[in-house]
Design a protein around this ligand. Structure first.
Ligand code: ZN
Length: 106
């Protein structure tokens, strides 16, 4: 049962799974369909009545590095797509920078 979530195929399968969809709904409900990051900053992104999906459920500790926490409600939070992208871009930038530095010194 050791799934490698660095593999995009496994990540896709995970996000499509029935269990994830159920957990995802529980997290959205728990967080009142609000982005926890925006709420911290005093903004409220409420989308309960919005048919267009602008909320994502995010793994606080990444799926790739902490697969054992993938269904752990304490490791999940509701983020709006903007906050989620921000988090993701930051992560990507770090990786790119590192790779670039590595190439430079190779
Ligand atoms: Zn947000």
């Amino acid at each position: 049962m050791n799934t490698d979530y660095n593999d995009i195929k496994n990540r896709k399968a995970f996000y499509k799974s029935k269990q994830w969809r159920m957990i995802r709904l529980r997290v959205l409900k728990r967080d009142n369909y609000e982005c926890v990051n925006c709420r911290k900053e005093g903004k409220v992104t409420l989308n309960r009545f919005d048919k267009h999906k602008t909320l994502d459920v995010d793994h606080i500790k990444e799926l790739e590095t902490h697969p054992e926490l993938r269904y752990d409600l304490d490791n999940l939070q509701t983020l709006c797509i903007w906050c989620h992208n921000k988090k993701h871009n930051r992560y990507q930038k770090k990786i790119n920078k590192k790779r670039w530095t590595d190439e430079r010194w190779d």
